[in-house]
Design a protein around this ligand. Structure first.
Ligand SMILES: N[C@@H](CCC(=O)N[C@@H](CS)C(=O)NCC(=O)O)C(=O)O
Length: 305
């Protein structure tokens, strides 16, 4: 997939992604600027997102854009299948990059003059005027866009402790938990991660028996960050990552909750089940050597809740 040191791209796998215990470790994002700082003024039409439809972290940014109606935030979508060049773009069409004409996401990172070191991840929030990366951390992107353009509606002061608590649990055990299950290289690491996924999903399902959203009757950042995992779960994680104790569609409260979010204005446009399957079932030496994509499951996301 490649990685970068001081702005120079290197081919090959990052040797630090799996711990000796067989556990998967996600790299930390290091570009953590903020729109509103002197280098990155608040300006309509100035910013751009580089994403991939299948990436759940990028999905957070797409959901924020959709829910806050930030149409001036332009977007380039990478192809669903990563190559040895990492995330790549076509020369034209739905998977091209009209802003920099990048062929791969590493071209975006190396266009930034600050000399990036690290993995080449999406999403990237890009400043089209300065020609610099603002951030490659989805949690920050959601928070800064929400604060600047959404009057903090996704992270209201009164609910912050509750949101932070859910975010922390859901990130560890669900958003990243499914990857810790799917990318584990030992039985024990896999089982621990997969059981944690379901312990939290069960807890959320019980909570939703008496609560419309995670933090009461208001949709917040905690719901926004849970949704990308729910949308990918039954079509991808259940099978490709062996998270198969239950499906989201089996849950009495979680399933109607997921469908209610899907029905919110703009949300369905951020979801591409076909691309999730292409991405998660793409040929992988360890997980799916033949790259065969399953025909199911059949899910009724639009059915009454
Ligand atoms: N902390 C980052 C994580 C993003 C991330 O891990 N993205 C994955 C795609 S789902 C990626 O681009 N991985 C490429 C790589 O690690 O080489 C965020 O939340 O923004």
């Amino acid at each position: 997939m490649g990685y970068m040191v001081d702005g120079i791209y290197h081919l090959g796998d990052d040797p630090t992604a799996t711990l000796p215990s067989g556990e998967f470790e996600r790299s930390r994002s290091t570009v953590r600027n903020w729109i509103g700082e002197s280098d990155f003024p608040v300006e309509v039409g100035r910013y751009h997102l580089f994403v991939a439809w299948n990436c759940p972290w990028a999905h957070r940014a797409l959901l924020t854009r959709a829910l806050l109606g930030l149409d001036d935030l332009t977007v380039s979508y990478a192809r669903p299948n990563r190559t040895d060049q990492g995330w790549v773009f076509d020369a034209d069409g739905a998977f091209s990059d009209p802003i920099l004409g990048a062929q791969a996401i590493h071209n975006v990172y190396s266009a930034d003059p600050m000399g990036y070191t690290g993995r080449l991840t999406v999403p990237v929030l890009w400043d089209k005027v300065a020609g610099r990366m603002v951030s490659n951390e989805s949690a920050d992107i959601v928070r800064m866009l929400g604060a600047l353009f959404g009057q903090d509606a996704l992270y209201p002061a009164a609910l912050r402790d509750d949101i932070d608590r859910w975010n922390d649990l859901i990130y560890r055990t669900v958003n990243n938990g499914v990857y810790r299950a799917g990318f584990a290289t030992t039985q024990e690491a896999y089982e621990n991660a997969a059981r944690e996924v379901f312990a939290t999903l069960d807890e959320i399902d019980a909570h939703l028996a008496t609560s419309q959203f995670l933090c009461g009757d208001q949709f917040t950042e905690a719901d926004l960050r849970l949704f990308p995992t729910l949308a990918r779960f039954d079509v991808a994680y259940h099978y490709a990552f062996r998270c198969n104790l239950r499906k989201i569609a089996d849950y009495a409260h979680l399933w109607p909750y997921a469908k209610a979010i899907y029905a919110m204005p703009g949300v369905a446009d951020t979801v591409r089940f076909d691309i999730y399957k292409q991405g998660y079932f793409s040929a992988s030496e360890k997980r799916n050597p033949l790259g065969i994509i399953p025909i199911g499951p059949t899910l009724d996301w639009e059915g009454g809740t």
